[in-house]
Every structure is written in C-alpha cells, then in structure tokens.
Design a protein around this ligand. Structure first.
Ligand code: FAD
Length: 116
C-alpha cells in the first residue's frame, strides 16, 4: 500500500465494513431505550441503501427484509449481525462463523489471551 493509501477494493471495503458493524453491535447497550433502538434500525436501513457495492447492497436489503433487525438487546443485535454476515459467507462459499464466539471475536478478545 502506498504511503498515502489507495481506494478500497470490494474485499477491503467488506472487511472494514464488517469491522464497523460488529464493533458497533459489541458496544450497543444491553437495555437500549426506544430512541437508541430507532437509531439502530435507521442506521441499518440507511447503511443497506448506501453501501458502496450496488449488488451487495441489493442482496443485503433483501436479507434484511426477510430477517428484520433485532435491536432489543446488545446480544440479540450481535447475533443478528453475525447471522447476516454468515448469509454473505454462504453466498461467497466461505466457511460459516460460529456465532457463539462473536463476543470473543469482537468485544472481549479470545480466551487464550492472544489479543493482548
Ligand atoms: P470478512 O467476511 O470480511 O470477515 C472479516 C472477519 O470477520 C473474519 O476474518 C472473521 O474473523 C470475522 N467473521 C467472519 N464471519 C463472521 C460472522 N458471521 N460474524 C462475525 N464475525 C465474522 N462481497 C462479495 O464479493 N459479494 C457480496 O455480495 C458481498 N456483500 C456484502 C454485503 C455486506 C453488507 C458487507 C459488509 C460485505 C459484503 N461483501 C460482499 C464483502 C464480503 O462479506 C467480505 O468482507 C469480503 O469477501 C472479504 O472477506 P474476508 O475473507 O476478508 O472476511
């Protein structure tokens, strides 16, 4: 990568986007108030319309329509994003991620301490 950086390709955009989405879910409140729940629904809806890969965004919107966002708790939201990511993993022929490990991956760090 050049000193000043370069435009993202589809995979870099995807990795960075999933990082933002899973990390946002990891710090979402355990007991969100009505406004926080509405904000998250709007964020997801707008994200799915603005995501800068058109056919990715179209499929994501369809998946969300079939599986409406679960914004009632942090753990439900983290699981919901994990499930949506697995939908994309399946579509791309990638292995599915074990969603029981989503907090270790995106919030707490691995139990073996490898995240420092
Ligand atoms: P990524 O899939 O980017 O994952 C990054 C890291 O997240 C992994 O290393 C793993 O530690 C962790 N992870 C993996 N699965 C999960 C999970 N289920 N839950 C939690 N953590 C997980 N690419 C396309 O080619 N076509 C598409 O249609 C497409 N649609 C996309 C739609 C959206 C909304 C987003 C955000 C991305 C999309 N992408 C699409 C990009 C694609 O999902 C990957 O980001 C890209 O292929 C790079 O993959 P990767 O192997 O680096 O890991």
């Amino acid at each position: 990568e050049g000193l000043l950086g370069c435009p993202l390709d589809k995979n870099e955009l995807g990795r960075n986007s999933w990082s933002l989405l899973h990390t946002t879910a990891a710090v979402y409140p355990d007991k969100p108030n009505q406004g926080q729940q509405e904000d998250m629904k709007q964020f997801i809806s707008l994200f799915s319309r603005l995501y800068p890969c058109t056919y990715c965004a179209e499929d994501f919107q369809k998946d969300i329509a079939e599986h409406p966002p679960k914004v009632e708790t942090r753990s439900a939201l983290s699981r919901w994003f994990c499930d949506r990511h697995n939908t994309v993993n399946r579509k791309l022929g990638k292995p599915e991620f074990d969603c029981d490990l989503v907090d270790e991956r995106w919030r707490d760090g691995w139990k073996d301490g490898s995240c420092g």
